[in-house]
Write a protein that binds this ligand. Structure first.
Ligand code: TYD
Ligand code: MG
Length: 459
């Protein structure tokens, strides 16, 4: 028998408490506990043998009906692992105004035009607003079935009545509610229940469901983390509001790799795919200014060249500033410490700014060497050698360690006109058109900039 009792649920992480308290002990969020009703189930006699016997199948079962449907947007398909898997559920998170609704509207419109029935349900915008956007994007003729709704019961009934759609978009999961729950839309219980219903619908009908999720101020998808566990795929749409570039990143994917990214450019005609993103994030290889270096990075299987900008500025403050955009602050502190201790290059009296051009976020340790090059170039006021690029991980003793996928990085760089690669010794390089400078220790980077001018500048 089930009995109902009062409890308090954290709206941020889903943890439950018997009593109200100001701060959730599980996630540290303040003021996030809300009263909710819990069903306290008293389990009894499950092992009576009255269940239905399961039919087991082999791993090589027929999967032909699980053929993926291409979204008609190449960059989206790349992140999904080759299109939508029938019956799968996808959660897409991102800051407000980053372009989630735009991307999904474009996806449903293109799929609908290619002959797959698609439904787009918005709980945030009126249908007229969406039509207005579609007309502006030149997609008004696409046979998308559009509705504005909030009740999960209405949504499920309508979708079940429609000839099985290939794709159902719910924008956003925080705005829909189940009328059999007392809590308000957007609360953990509501988000969880609505998502569960939609995922069940997806499995039953073979429709792929995309749920748009709001993110909290620290970048997590709002509502319980369990939402991320429930769905098959979690995507984040990110980018800097001040820049046009948008990056779609998979953080969980049951049907593909999670290290792939899709790159888009926001224009007045919506999101455009960027098939060759490297050229966006670097300036021309023969431009010579001090404090900038090019990093040959990898995002999944895709090489991506990005410009790293460093600025070392004099300051009279006792605690000089260190500011980083697009990279890890503690990694910068490490590179500075290694330059100081192993290469006698002091940044103690200087402010240090580091910026990854184009609003991109670099996560690879392989960027260490390019960062060091940009900083040494800035402090010495000597540009990096023209047409050169860098990659390699820096160890605490100043040694440069090889990183993976050397060939893919070099090939991309050669394609974009780079002529010299400054890379870790021991990288296995196949003969190619580039001049390769292999270095073993960070000191060799410093000496690269000290041949023509004295190294340390008085600050
Ligand atoms: P939107 O898709 O509504 O964002 P989200 O659903 O993630 O909140 O995107 C809105 C932003 O995108 C808005 O700031 C304007 C911009 N935008 C363009 O620059 N060009 C366009 O063609 C469209 C449709 C939007
Ligand atoms: Mg939106």
């Amino acid at each position: 028998m089930a009995r109902s009792s009062e409890q308090f649920t954290c709206q941020s992480c889903g943890e439950t408490y018997r009593k109200w308290q100001g701060r959730c002990e599980s996630c540290g969020e303040w003021n996030s506990l809300l009263e909710s009703t819990a069903d306290v189930a008293v389990p009894s006699g499950l092992s009576t043998g009255k269940g239905r016997a399961l039919t087991f199948t082999a791993l090589n079962a027929d999967i032909s009906e699980y053929k993926r449907t291409a979204s008609q947007i190449g960059e989206l398909d790349r992140v999904l692992g080759g299109g939508f898997v029938p019956g799968s559920s996808i959660l897409i998170g991102g800051d407000p105004g980053i372009g989630k609704s735009t991307l999904l509207l474009q996806a449903v419109a293109k799929m609908a035009m290619a002959g797959s029935p698609c439904i787009y349900i918005s709980g945030e915008e009126a249908t007229q607003q969406i039509s207005m956007r579609a007309q502006r994007l030149g997609l008004a003729d696409a046979p998308v079935q559009l509705a504005s709704a909030n009740s999960i019961r209405d949504i499920i009934t309508s979708v079940e009545k429609t000839a099985t759609p290939k794709l159902l978009v719910i924008d956003s999961i925080q705005t829909v509610f189940a009328d059999n729950l007392p809590s308000a839309p957007g609360t953990v219980a509501q988000v969880r229940a609505s998502a569960q219903e939609l995922i069940r619908l997806a499995r039953k009908t073979g429709t792929s469901v995309i749920l748009v999720g709001h993110v909290t101020k620290d970048g997590q998808i709002a509502g319980p983390r369990v939402l991320e566990h429930m769905v098959d795929t979690v995507l984040y749409f990110e980018g800097d509001r001040g820049h046009q570039f948008r990056i779609l990143r998979a953080v969980k994917n049951r049907f593909g790799a999670t290290d792939e990214i899709g790159v888009f450019e926001m224009s007045d005609a919506g999101l455009k795919e960027v098939a060759n993103p490297s050229s966006l994030f670097i300036s021309s290889p023969d431009k010579t200014i001090s404090g900038a270096s090019v990093f040959a990075g990898m995002e999944g299987t895709r090489p991506l060249l990005v410009e790293i900008q460093g600025l070392v500025a004099a300051t009279s403050q006792a605690t000089p500033r260190r500011a980083v955009i697009g990279w890890d602050t503690s990694r910068l502190a490490m590179v500075l410490a290694v330059l100081d201790t192993r290469c006698d290059l002091s940044f103690a009296g200087s402010e240090v700014y580091l910026n990854v051009a184009g609003g991109l976020r670099v996560q690879e340790p392989a960027a260490d060497l390019a960062v060091a090059a940009a900083l040494v170039s800035s402090i010495s006021d000597i540009p990096v050698p023209p047409g050169s690029l860098f990659f390699g991980e820096i160890g605490l003793s100043g040694e440069i360690r090889p990183v993976g996928q050397t060939d893919a990085r070099l090939k991309e760089a050669a394609k974009l006109g780079f002529t010299t690669a400054i890379i870790p010794a021991g990288s296995k390089v196949k003969a190619g058109p580039m001049k390769i400078i292999e270095i073993e220790h960070l000191r060799e980077i410093v000496s690269l900039f000290s041949e023509t001018k004295p190294m340390t500048r008085a600050v």
